[in-house]
Design a protein around this ligand. Structure first.
Ligand SMILES: Nc1ncnc2c1ncn2[C@@H]1O[C@H](COP(=O)(O)OP(=O)(O)OP(=O)(O)O)[C@@H](O)[C@H]1O
Ligand SMILES: [Mg+2]
Length: 555
């Protein structure tokens, strides 16, 4: 056996240096575990929370990683008795660390002393296996990009951190410690042992690990088990602004801080400020909201429309603050409603200012009678009974449900139920009321009724309204402004008149149609029978225009 490197290290001044580096690395490894188990980790910005979710899944992932690693240890092909052999299981260390993150790293690393204890092989040399494995697992967990190997950068990142840098530290620790403790002669530790370690931790993993990851990553990702998604979800539900990944890859810059300051300033001028909002559900492959930004002034009635899956309901959950606190996922950007950043306030607190009415009135009516239903929300906020009763009747009047206090809710028609749900949302006198397809279950008369009531309240109470709707006729009639969404983005944001004049936009956006009158007037506009100034998407105005045309000299 050629002991070239071993002889060089043993005889030269390098020996003190590598032993020093090896021992310092072991101290660093201990520090890493103390830090991670205390809930902290290292990032470019210093020490930050590691956001590990200590739940049953985490414990199971640690146990599975450790069990596989321990079970595979006996599969070894001796190469050099007393030094080591080929152990194929070792190629799993980076796989588990890259896919499971910290739980994988803990399982693999701590399986070393546990396995040694179980097999009666726990010696002073076990410290090297344990602390060396820290680098084999912790470095890939912290530094590799998401292993979506369609991207060459992801492949490069995996090879760099998991197959080169991590193993080099491992080798430094193991060879240095066995040399330092005289468990192996210096020349053997730095030559034969190094080659065996390189075989096990670099050569074999470079061939097998990418294949395993390629197979396992989509499977785990689809089930929400990929560590970054789990940790992000935990970071978001804990109200922390950044998950581990964003600290390593997407470090906020001074420019971001300035942007946040600008958003906060704008929040005082607007009732709603949405700034570069992105959201991904834990099990989703792509973002459901993909950089949404808009503002709404107090008292505006804003319609939001767009094809199915455009992200409208997800946006509603963000505006009501249920994302990020109740619905988990990965959120970036900011949502400020009524001057409150949804990241910083719990949804219960926001509930006094922001109401959300869903599509299905059955799902939101809780009380057996109309009165009980309206009293439910304020009672939860411990409003005095007299105040609740004083608010009840005028509100029922305003939604045209006068005198129905004692009526049983299950006997009401769809339109009536929806108006009761609206009245319940209004009980808290919200500053912002969001509707998510409130009329989808109603007939045209019911739709018109709900829109009319909402528009009147918006004007009378100076309330801001966001109405998510496919009912373009009603939006054209009642909204001050319409936002058109598609695939998690805003594709247009304008007055109904300008928006619906852009016929191409609607013919292109699958699933969304123009109001019928807009289609008709567009054809007339093309034929030169009306000018673009005369164009309207409101039925009433269109009828007036058409009757003028019919009376005109051209006909
Ligand atoms: N809980 C969830 N988990 C994973 N993906 C989800 C979840 N909820 C919604 N999505 C996905 O997010 C995207 C946006 O959905 P969202 O419900 O916000 O759309 P929408 O515009 O409200 O559609 P619709 O008009 O049908 O109500 C869709 O691709 C949807 O499949
Ligand atoms: Mg929806």
């Amino acid at each position: 056996m050629n002991h070239g490197l071993g002889n060089l290290i043993a005889s030269g001044p390098l020996h003190q240096v590598v032993i020093g580096l090896s021992l310092s690395s072991m101290v660093v490894a201990i520090f890493i575990w103390v830090l991670e188990f205390s809930g902290w980790t290292i990032s470019r910005r210093g020490f930050i929370r590691n956001n590990i979710p200590w739940d049953a899944t985490t414990v199971a992932l640690i146990a599975v990683s450790a069990a596989i690693y321990i079970a595979g240890r006996p599969i070894q092909f001796q190469l050099l008795p007393g030094v080591g052999g080929l152990n194929p299981t070792l190629c799993l260390a980076p796989v588990m660390a890259v896919l499971f993150g910290l739980p994988g790293a803990i399982g693999v690393t701590f399986s070393m002393p546990i396995g040694d204890t179980l097999s009666g092989a726990l010696t002073v040399g076990s410290a090297a296996g344990f602390l060396g494995h820290t680098f084999l697992t912790w470095i890939p967990y912290k530094l590799t990009r998401e292993p979506d190997f369609k991207s060459p950068r992801a492949v490069f990142s995996f090879f760099l951190w998991a197959v080169i840098v991590g193993p080099l530290f491992h080798i430094l620790v193991v060879a240095g410690w066995l040399d330092f403790t005289h468990l192996l002669p210096t020349a053997v530790a730095w030559s034969a042992l190094v080659w065996i370690l390189l075989l096990n931790h670099t050569l074999i993993p470079s061939l097998t690990a990418p294949i395993l990851i390629q197979v396992l990553y989509p499977f785990l990702k689809a089930r929400g088990l990929f560590w970054r998604d789990r940790f992000r979800a935990n970071a978001v539900s804990a109200g922390s602004e950044t998950g581990p990944i964003s600290d390593l890859v997407e470090t906020p810059t001074a420019q971001d801080d300035r942007a946040t300051a600008v958003v906060r300033r704008r929040a005082t001028d607007f009732e709603v400020v949405v700034d570069d909002l992105r959201f991904r559900y834990p099990t989703a492959q792509q973002d459901s909201l993909n950089g949404v930004s808009f503002t709404i002034k107090k008292g505006q009635f804003v319609g939001i429309t767009g094809p199915s899956g455009a992200g409208k309901s997800t946006l509603a959950l963000c505006l009501r603050g249920l994302i990020p606190h109740v619905t988990s996922g990965w959120m970036r950007g900011n949502v400020i409603v009524c001057g409150l950043n949804t990241r910083e306030v719990r949804p219960a607190l926001l509930g006094e200012k922001v109401g959300l009415v869903f599509q299905d009135p059955e799902a939101q009516i809780i009380g057996l009678t109309v009165e009980e239903d309206l009293a439910f929300g304020p009672a939860n906020y411990e409003w005095p009974r007299e105040k609740i009763l004083a608010n009840l009747s005028p509100l029922l009047d305003s939604v045209r449900m006068h005198g129905t206090e004692k009526r049983e809710t299950f006997g009401l028609s769809g339109g009536q139920k929806q108006r009761v749900a609206l009245a319940s949302a209004l009980m808290m006198s919200p500053r912002l009321l969001i509707f998510d397809e409130p009329t989808s279950e109603l007939d045209p008369a019911g739709k018109e009724e709900v829109f009319t009531v909402v528009r009147r309240l918006c004007n009378r109470l100076d309330m801001t309204v966001i109405m998510i709707e496919h009912a373009v006729e009603q939006l054209a009639e009642f909204a001050d402004r319409i936002i058109l969404m598609d695939q998690g983005r805003i594709v247009a944001d304008d007055t109904p008149r300008v928006l619906f004049r852009n016929v191409d936009l609607f013919h292109r956006t699958e699933g969304e149609r123009l109001p019928h009158v807009a289609e008709l007037l567009f054809l007339l506009m093309q034929d030169g029978l009306i000018s673009s100034d005369q164009f309207t998407a409101r039925e009433g105005d269109a009828v007036e225009l058409l009757s003028l045309l019919l009376q005109g000299p051209n006909v």
